[in-house]
Design a protein. Structure first.
Length: 199
């Protein structure tokens, strides 16, 4: 019995990490876009129109997501008119509204097969639906944890690369997350995204 228990523990020790890695490597559905060009450490994308569910939160970069995520998850899991469960796609985004007051806009991208008219109204007035039009962005992809320090480092690198390429950003950059929190940092897909002015 002792030998069997030891074997089961060893098997679990092998299978659990493999399961996590497999979950991390399964590509999530993502917002439709086309890569237009590539620069020094970034790519330029053209995003198709899509609908987002969004809400705002106030607080530090690394903790403001708690309440916001809860509200958005509630919406897609049935806290809406009709009590419907709704699919979404990656990424989940976080963008500063007022950096001085630490105010953030959080968005879930809704599945592309749903037009605005097909989505139920959120039951919580703190959550709203919005149509996002076609737009062009510069994107820097990176792996690692979700710390503000890590994000700011990548954000500054992207903005410096855009200056060198004479590309003008429009508005504030946003932080895009593609994986669940249980995915190890070295497997996470993270991105800094900023809208840019067309040449």
């Amino acid at each position: 019995a002792a030998v069997m228990s030891k074997r089961l523990l060893i098997l679990a020790g092998v299978l659990i990490p493999l399961t996590l890695i497999a979950a991390a490597l399964v590509a999530p559905g993502t917002t439709d876009y086309a890569v237009i060009s590539e620069g020094d450490g970034f790519e330029v994308r053209r995003y198709a129109p899509h609908v987002v569910a969004e809400t705002t939160a106030t607080g530090p970069f690394e903790t403001a997501d708690g309440l916001a995520f809860g509200l958005l998850v509630d919406y897609i899991q049935g806290r809406n008119e009709g009590g419907r469960n709704l699919p979404m796609t990656a990424p989940v985004t976080q963008q500063p509204l007022d950096t001085g007051a630490q105010q953030w806009l959080f968005q879930f991208v809704m599945s592309p097969e749903y037009l605005m008219s097909m989505l139920p109204r959120p039951a919580d007035p703190a959550v709203t639906l919005r149509q996002v039009g076609e737009h062009t962005v510069a994107v820097r992809r990176y792996r690692g944890n979700w710390s503000e320090e890590r994000y700011r480092e990548q954000e500054q690198t992207l903005l410096a690369s855009l200056r060198d390429a004479a590309i003008q950003p429009v508005g504030n950059p946003l932080f895009a997350r593609y994986n669940a929190p249980f995915v190890p940092g070295f497997l996470r897909r993270n991105e800094v995204i900023v809208e840019i002015r067309q040449p």
